[in-house]
Design a protein around this ligand. Structure first.
Ligand SMILES: Cc1ncc(COP(=O)(O)O)c(C=O)c1O
Length: 444
């Protein structure tokens, strides 16, 4: 494109396109992406960027996956859309495949985004308790630093500082937040027990004080990714699972970011032996973001109470089990299985990404934490006080990396990494080396 056309595009964008996550200042000149290859996006000038956070944790299989394109095309030719109230083959097959991958007996309700999948989880949990004789159970517990979506119901469960909602009178009652098991900044100070144990004990106390007969569910992200990539030990989910069983509270595991291999296992909850969630939500990488698709999968214990006359679930999603989305998701899962990408993630995490821990030798790097392909690097002004690095310096670091062709997500003082499953060893070395070079420049 010639320069005048690019200028016109920016003019049109500033006037007509509502960009997410940006202040409309008419000055911004974000990247205009036009193409992609594997884990790299390509801008309008032909410059390539390694997408080290898979573009919002979405592009599991990267760009240009011919098989996904063919799966979509074939399905569009055959049956482009059908009613969620009847059956079509891709939705049935995908629901059965998800149950197999979850290693349990799950039934799935499809929708179109992570927010909707979690809205659906809220409504299923609420309706489940009503129809099993516990109508007083309406409260949900979740973590500060957690993010589960931005629509009106689920925004009450979310609590990352960046997305903190401020819509007075528009949030439903009954959302309780507790501090996360954040080992680098332990919520209750240094204790003899683990951070996970002290937070789990606190959650049990909160349930007792609120009244167990009022608590419907606990929302958990196996890794609190948007809130700084906080990674609890596997023990944490086991402790929460036991608490849920003790008080008849549903364990709702949000695998929107952690699903489909990103942690080195198929799902984040699988690191915690013996844990079988009541509800699992997935989105983003489910169809590798080639098409929007999300899923709320519930255990047999829950579904059996809906599968009766008069107990129909009171929710409908027109585009939910979209046949094209389901066909692409099935193909995406087939590729992950065939190419053994989950094992590859675990291996490359050990051999390449673990080198990120060496960045801790820099004065500005307070903490490096990682599991599989999910990594968080927390930057500080002072290692002793752990004072966060300023927003200004964080932005300068992001710009310096962008100049070198590296994109990642950043919230407050944490760099958040989550590269595509298809990243090559060379791609990951580029990521580690570029970060080391740039952070070295900003080191004091
Ligand atoms: C863990 C988690 N759950 C849910 C969501 C919401 O997904 P969506 O933006 O597709 O509504 C997000 C989005 O970042 C997320 O990180």
């Amino acid at each position: 494109m010639i320069n005048t056309d690019i200028e016109k595009l920016y003019e049109k964008a500033n006037k007509h396109l509502w960009q997410d996550l940006s202040d409309a200042d008419n000055e911004s000149r974000p990247q205009i992406a036009v193409d992609g290859e594997g884990a790299w996006s390509i801008d309008i000038d032909g410059k390539k960027y390694f997408e080290a956070t898979s573009v919002h944790s979405c592009l599991n299989l990267g760009y240009g996956q011919q098989e996904l394109i063919e799966a979509a095309t074939e399905q569009m030719k055959k049956l482009a859309y059908f009613t969620p109230a009847k059956l079509q083959v891709p939705a049935v097959e995908l629901a059965a495949k998800l149950s197999e991958l979850f290693q349990g007996d799950y039934t799935t309700f499809f929708s179109t985004s992570g927010s909707e999948a979690n809205e659906v989880a809220l409504k299923i949990a609420r309706q489940y308790h009503i129809q099993t004789g516990n109508p007083g159970k309406y409260k949900f517990i979740s973590h500060y630093n957690g993010y589960h979506g931005g629509t009106l119901g689920i925004q009450g469960v979310s609590s990352t500082p960046v997305f903190k909602s401020d819509f007075p009178g528009m949030t439903a009652p009954g959302f309780i937040h507790v501090l996360p098991p954040y080992d680098y900044r332990p919520p209750f100070g240094q204790q003899t027990e683990s951070t996970e144990q002290s937070v789990a004990k606190h959650i049990e106390k909160v349930i007792q004080l609120e009244g167990p007969e009022t608590v419907a569910g606990i929302f958990i992200e196996p890794v609190l990714f948007a809130g700084g990539c906080i990674i609890p030990s596997p023990e944490y989910l086991q402790l929460i699972f036991d608490i849920c069983k003790k008080y008849n509270i549903l364990l709702i595991v949000d695998e929107v970011v952690t699903g489909f291999g990103k942690t080195g296992k198929w799902f984040g909850f699988m690191h915690s032996e013996g844990v079988q969630p009541d509800i699992i939500t997935t989105a983003k990488g489910l169809a590798s973001a080639y098409i929007p698709l999300a899923a709320t999968s519930v255990s047999e214990k829950i579904y059996s109470t809906f599968n009766r006359k008069g107990n129909r679930f009171k929710h409908f999603s027109t585009m939910g089990p979209h046949p094209v989305g389901c066909a692409v998701a099935l193909k995406s899962i087939e590729i992950i299985e065939r190419e053994q990408l989950v094992t590859k993630v675990a291996q490359l995490s050990q051999t390449v990404l673990s080198k990120l821990h060496e960045l801790k030798s820099f004065n500005i790097v307070g903490d490096v934490r990682g599991i599989g392909f999910l990594y968080g690097i927390e930057l500080v002004n002072d290692k002793q006080t752990k004072e966060p690095l300023s927003d200004e310096t964080m932005s300068k670091i992001a710009s310096a990396c962008e100049d070198k062709g590296l994109h990642f997500a950043m919230d407050d003082n944490a760099i958040r990494l989550n590269p595509p499953l298809v990243s090559t060893e060379e791609d990951l070395r580029f990521l580690v080396d570029t970060l080391a070079t740039v952070l070295n420049k900003f080191n004091k």
